[in-house]
Write a protein that binds this ligand. Structure first.
Ligand SMILES: Cc1cc2nc3c(=O)[nH]c(=O)nc-3n(C[C@H](O)[C@H](O)[C@H](O)COP(=O)(O)OP(=O)(O)OC[C@H]3O[C@@H](n4cnc5c(N)ncnc54)[C@H](O)[C@@H]3O)c2cc1C
Length: 320
């Protein structure tokens, strides 16, 4: 009988990176995800005729990262482009200065497309919610009752926690140490902020953490901003995120001195947006049940999620 191979649960960047490593080594692997498309927190939506990133805003690649050749390949094929190294900094009352850092990469079609590209040729099943991961007395894992050689939970700890038995097999998780965020897209009929804004890190605000110029990062110049809220504001509005919109609109208009109300808004809730304390270790593996994602391989971001998934894939190959 053919080996059932590895099941990766989660088609975010960490799960796809893990599956990619296994498939490239010639091993049998399938990826299951409850969402309609791959990408996870690198996702977005088509709003008013164009894609808008509502999760990660951009990619960064630290010097010497093994992720660098992957990003270079995307740039070479026109899937990603260097966006900017300079953002504004602001507070509750307005903009205060600019700050320069690493090059941030954006995409014309949405960051999700990069994950889809990495998934090319993989056995990928979307719209499949997994309910349970168990292990028998010998530590052999099953996914919803179906035996597999190994299983990878490539997702935030609170989501992984729900799949594993409370006191059963599996790696130690930190389900309480994750913070929510709301992403609110705001559209106008014309641009009403400085052309060289790119984005704003917001300090000391009870409402906003960050505002991105979506038209600028995408390259089409559309008059669309995406605001990310503080964890505190998101926590208060998790049940009815739309109720946060009015407060966010006021905060964005004050920050950028925009007089006009936006013509449309769209809210997306990220219940587990970021780990408050990402771990240094790149992944956890207990028997043949592994966990990876941006809760590992700190700091929490796209690049570390990719490293985490790749490292777990390499470990599963080494120990098979
Ligand atoms: C608002 C926000 C802004 C961010 N900004 C940036 C940024 O600018 N730059 C940056 O580098 N990083 C940023 N990040 C972080 C970045 O998005 C993440 O580090 C990265 O996308 C995590 O990938 P992942 O594969 O670990 O998890 P995810 O992308 O969350 O993937 C987990 C997947 O598991 C699936 N899943 C969960 N439970 C089940 C189940 N039971 N059955 C089936 N499937 C399931 C989900 O559908 C999801 O697709 C941001 C994140 C957020 C939320």
């Amino acid at each position: 009988m053919d080996s059932p191979g590895t099941t990766v649960i989660g088609s975010g960047i960490s799960g796809i990176a893990c599956a990619r490593a296994l498939a490239d080594a010639g091993l049998t692997v399938r990826v299951l995800d409850r969402g309609r498309q791959p990408g996870g927190r690198m996702g977005g939506r088509t709003l008013h005729g164009r894609p808008v990133d509502l999760g990660a805003s951009y990619l960064t690649v630290p010097d010497g990262s093994p992720f660098a050749p992957v990003v270079a390949g995307w740039v070479e094929r026109g899937l990603a482009h260097p966006w900017t190294d300079t953002f504004a900094v602001g507070g509750p009352d307005g903009l205060t200065r600019t700050t320069t850092g690493p090059v941030r990469y954006g995409t014309a079609g949405g960051l999700r497309g990069l994950v889809a590209d990495l998934a090319t040729g993989l056995d990928l099943v979307q719209e499949r919610t997994v309910h349970e991961v168990t292990a028998d007395g010998a530590g052999r894992p099953s996914v919803d009752g179906e035996r597999v050689d190994a299983v990878v939970l490539a997702m935030p700890d609170p989501q992984a926690r729900r799949l594993l038995p409370p006191a059963g097999a599996g790696p130690a998780l930190d389900p309480d140490g994750w913070q929510p965020s709301l992403a609110i897209a705001l559209g106008w009929s014309q641009r009403r902020w400085p052309g060289d804004l790119h984005g704003v890190f917001v300090h000391d605000s009870p409402v906003l953490d960050w505002v991105a110029d979506d038209g600028d990062r995408r390259g089409d110049g559309a008059p669309v901003l995406v605001a990310h809220t503080t964890p505190g504001l998101a926590a208060r509005h998790l049940d009815e995120p739309e109720r946060a919109t009015a407060e966010v609109v006021v905060a964005v208009r004050t920050l950028l001195g925009i007089e006009a109300e936006p013509e449309w808004t769209h809210v997306h809730r990220w219940s587990s947006a970021r780990p408050a304390h990402p771990r240094e270790q790149p992944f956890a593996l207990a028997g043949r049940i592994g966990v990876c994602g941006d809760g590992w391989a700190a700091p929490a971001r796209v690049e570390s999620a990719w490293r985490s998934g790749t490292a777990l894939g390499e470990e599963l190959i080494r120990t098979r």
